[in-house]
Write a protein that binds this ligand. Structure first.
Ligand SMILES: Nc1ncnc2c1ncn2[C@@H]1O[C@H](COP(=O)(O)OP(=O)(O)OP(=O)(O)O)[C@@H](O)[C@H]1O
Ligand SMILES: [Mg+2]
Length: 337
């Protein structure tokens, strides 16, 4: 596995089979996509791929550059350098096949949900026939005659997604689609987005909330300060767990593990060796320690929540992987390229 810190002989355990084929054709490709505002680089050489039919989460703290990146994918912001390809064409040129909810759809509070969609459909050059279909998709048919202002936040969000679906797009781009929703609202959006993916559409969404992304997405890109930290499936990201080893002598164990994994993945906590390692690396660690004459009396993998992984990756003290020459953002498991 190629990691930010070196190559380990053993590959991590394969993730559970996914409905999505790993080699599915990319719907979005960015190549060193960069945006600078004055001296500030807000998106920094971002290279990633989104595959057809997946729900892809763009995850990062406030100010990470998520909205700016989505706007570049939509052709609303011009990159400073690098490029983005969407549905095989330069970003911003496949407008007819891309539905987006980035700025808020500008819905009129005093119009009904259906009338709002009528206005937007006319504006987008879409026939009125699509309106019933998208209302059905977002499960708002029963309330379509009610004023938008009387909708719950979750219903408003779903109507926004309905608006993004009017053009029957192959790619749906949603900026923070679950922002402000309660667990029931998130669950509704989740069901809706899964349905879109099942129909063969690709969904790219941004979020700063891990819990949501964990529930909704197939794969994620974690970004902070404009840089890609990890691109991975959710399962694989969680699999980058902590390996706790009781070893003697500890100093030798630290040195051996450091050589194998890189010193920044090794620490000592309460007299035990703590390694940042995927489950598939356990055997290689054990073998290296034993070969070096270290007694291993305990070896256990502690699964981490995605939240722990995220906090660790986005910790301000952590040097961003892409900063040092020769270091690359971590691509985990099957997504390794
Ligand atoms: N038009 C602009 N001019 C100058 N700076 C900008 C502009 N648009 C965005 N930025 C800056 O770019 C950085 C990233 O902003 P962006 O909105 O992309 O972040 P984000 O990840 O979407 O954050 P949030 O989670 O808060 O929505 C911020 O520091 C922001 O101030
Ligand atoms: Mg944003």
């Amino acid at each position: 596995m190629q990691t930010a810190t070196g190559t380990v002989g053993q590959r991590p355990a394969p993730a559970p089979p996914s409905l999505r084929t790993p080699d599915a054709e990319p719907v979005v490709t960015t190549d060193r996509l960069t945006k600078r505002y004055g001296q500030r680089t807000v998106v920094d050489a971002l290279s990633l791929q989104v595959r057809r039919g997946e729900v892809f989460g763009f995850l990062g703290p406030n100010g990470a550059g998520k909205t700016t990146t989505l706007r570049m994918l939509l052709g609303l912001v011009r990159p400073t350098s690098g490029s983005a390809t969407v549905l095989g064409r330069p970003a911003g040129t496949s407008v007819a096949q891309v539905g987006a909810l980035v700025e808020g759809p500008g819905l009129y509070p005093y119009l009904s949900g259906r009338d709002n969609l009528r206005v937007l459909a006319r504006y987008a050059g879409v026939g009125p026939g699509r309106i019933a279909a998208v209302l059905d998709t977002v499960d708002l048919t029963d309330r379509a005659g009610d004023r938008f202002s009387t909708y719950s936040l979750g219903m408003k969000q779903r109507l926004g997604i309905a608006a993004a679906l009017l053009k029957d797009p192959a790619l749906v781009v949603l900026d923070e689609p679950t922002n402000g929703l309660d667990p029931a609202g998130i669950s509704e959006v989740r069901t809706l987005l899964r349905r879109l993916a099942a129909e063969g559409r690709t969904v790219v969404l941004s979020s700063h909330l891990l819990g949501e992304v964990e529930q909704i997405c197939d794969r994620v890109a974690v970004v902070a300060s404009g840089r890609l930290l990890v691109e991975s499936s959710v399962e694989e990201l969680r699999g980058l767990g902590r390996l706790v080893v009781d070893a003697d002598p500890l100093e030798t164990a630290v040195a051996v593990a450091g050589r194998l994994l890189g010193a920044d993945r090794v620490s000592v906590v309460d007299g035990a060796l703590h390694l940042q390692a995927a489950p598939g690396e356990t055997a290689a660690v054990n073998r290296a320690l034993v070969t070096a004459g270290v007694g291993v009396t305990g070896l256990r993998q502690e699964a981490r929540t995605l939240e722990e992984v995220f906090l660790q990756l986005t910790e301000p003290g952590d040097p961003p992987p892409a900063e040092t020459p020769g270091r690359r953002p971590r691509r985990v498991g099957r997504s390794a390229r």
